[in-house]
Design a binder for this molecule. Structure first.
Ligand code: SF4
Length: 191
């Protein structure tokens, strides 16, 4: 049976109406750390399925890739439709000042970027998106650097992600864009 079916059904009886998720500093691999990715935010949800769907998309995965999420949605626990969610941003962190340092894998992925004053959630999302492309064997040398951050505002360039790079020839909308959208954009426009 695996874990997916029990997790989905458990949520029909142990209902969660308010979920707080610590998204201050995640990791590329596992929660004990090793390759920290700073996002500097706390997430709050009233729908557990929406919570897990949003988190998937923040890490460059589609909710459909995680069986228990779609099963829970089918059981009426909640919705996977993040596009229709009412998202409220409070005290947005627009600073690039992080107390955390990049380590091995994150540093390597960051070498594909041209980051100038990027907000943590934006830059972290790009790191997750690049990690998905790495998983798929799609990252290669010689690609043009991906611009990201407020230092690119009003400037021209080849390719960038986020509203700050709106004047670039190719730019992904969003502030910050989701990692899942970044993956699709980069597959179509960059690699
Ligand atoms: S697009 Fe938005 S979130 Fe991304 S760096 Fe610019 S201001 Fe920050």
């Amino acid at each position: 049976m695996g874990l997916h079916k029990p997790i989905a059904h458990l949520n029909t009886i142990a209902r969660n109406d308010f979920i707080l998720a610590d998204n201050i500093c995640g990791d590329l691999d596992f929660e004990e750390g090793g390759n920290p990715v700073v996002m500097n935010r706390i997430l709050a949800f009233r729908d557990p399925v929406l919570c897990d769907s949003f988190v998937c998309e923040s890490m460059g995965y589609s909710p459909e890739e995680v069986e228990y999420i779609t099963r829970a949605a089918q059981l009426g626990v909640g919705s996977t439709d993040t596009a229709s969610a009412n998202v409220v941003y409070l005290n947005e962190d627009l600073s690039d000042k992080s107390r955390f340092h990049m380590t091995g894998r994150v540093k390597k992925l960051a070498s594909y970027t041209d980051s100038r004053d990027a907000c943590s959630a934006c830059f972290g999302s790009l790191i997750y998106a690049l990690d998905r492309l790495q998983d798929r064997g799609e990252l290669k040398k010689g690609l043009p650097p991906l611009a990201i951050g407020q230092g690119h505002k009003g400037k021209k360039g080849e390719i960038g992600v986020g509203r700050c790079t709106a004047c670039f020839a190719k730019s992904l909308k969003g502030c910050p864009p989701k990692a899942l959208d970044m993956v699709e954009f980069l597959e179509n426009e960059w690699i």
